[in-house]
Design a protein around this ligand. Structure first.
Ligand SMILES: Cc1cc2nc3c(=O)[nH]c(=O)nc-3n(C[C@H](O)[C@H](O)[C@H](O)COP(=O)(O)O)c2cc1C
Length: 189
């Protein structure tokens, strides 16, 4: 399977004139070994800083680990077996929400983290990186690695798209499925 073929399969099919950027985003399982540059990381997390949040509490925190580091080994050891492919990404990011805010328990912390992650994904995409978010990791073990105020909630594999011609068939089988979506997500009331 050629990478170009995967890109064609993954392009979201719609008759409506949505921005091509949104047609092209998808969550791959094959990453290039090229590292995400420190400067691009700075830009990505600068964009994250400007994410809106409930009462502007910004209840998020991210741990970033580059492949080859102890931090990366720690994060990758948390992944469930099905997320084995993420161990080849150049970077793993552990996204946490902060439940105890300045006004007591923050019931919108997870919502706001999700929005911060969306910012991260889209700023990374603008810089040419792909992201794959994962809930499939050992949350309890992850808690032992982070500050006690932070709740680990999502792992993100990020990097440039890899070469699908060199990828194991097991991964290609997962990624050659065309994207599927519900037809209806809103109504006018
Ligand atoms: C919060 C969250 C958790 C996810 N967990 C996993 C996961 O553990 N493993 C995985 O392969 N994909 C995971 N995904 C990716 C979704 O399956 C994927 O986004 C969805 O199928 C739509 O595909 P697309 O992102 O390529 O458009 C997760 C996505 C989100 C947003």
């Amino acid at each position: 399977m050629k990478t170009q073929d995967i890109l064609k399969i993954k392009e979201n099919k719609t008759n409506l004139n949505i921005t091509p950027f949104f047609k092209q985003r998808f969550s791959p399982r094959v990453f290039s070994s090229e590292q995400v540059s420190d400067n691009d990381l700075k830009i990505i997390f600068e964009a994250v800083r400007w994410t809106p949040s409930s009462f502007n509490q910004q209840p998020w925190y991210f741990y970033v680990a580059k492949k080859g580091s102890q931090g990366f080994d720690k994060l990758s050891s948390l992944l469930v077996d099905g997320n084995f492919w993420a161990k080849e990404a150049p970077i793993l990011i552990l996204g946490c929400f902060i439940k105890n805010g300045q006004y007591g328990e923050n019931y919108y912390a997870q919502y706001d983290l999700g929005q911060a992650v969306a910012t991260l994904v889209y700023q990374a995409q603008i810089l040419g990186y792909y992201s794959h978010q994962m809930a499939g990791f050992d949350h309890e073990k992850a808690k032992t690695l982070v500050d006690e105020n932070y709740t680990p909630w999502v792992m993100i594999a990020m990097g440039r798209l890899g070469d699908y011609e060199k990828a194991p068939q097991a991964i290609i089988t997962m990624d050659e499925k065309p994207p599927q979506r519900k037809d209806k997500v809103y109504e006018i009331i």
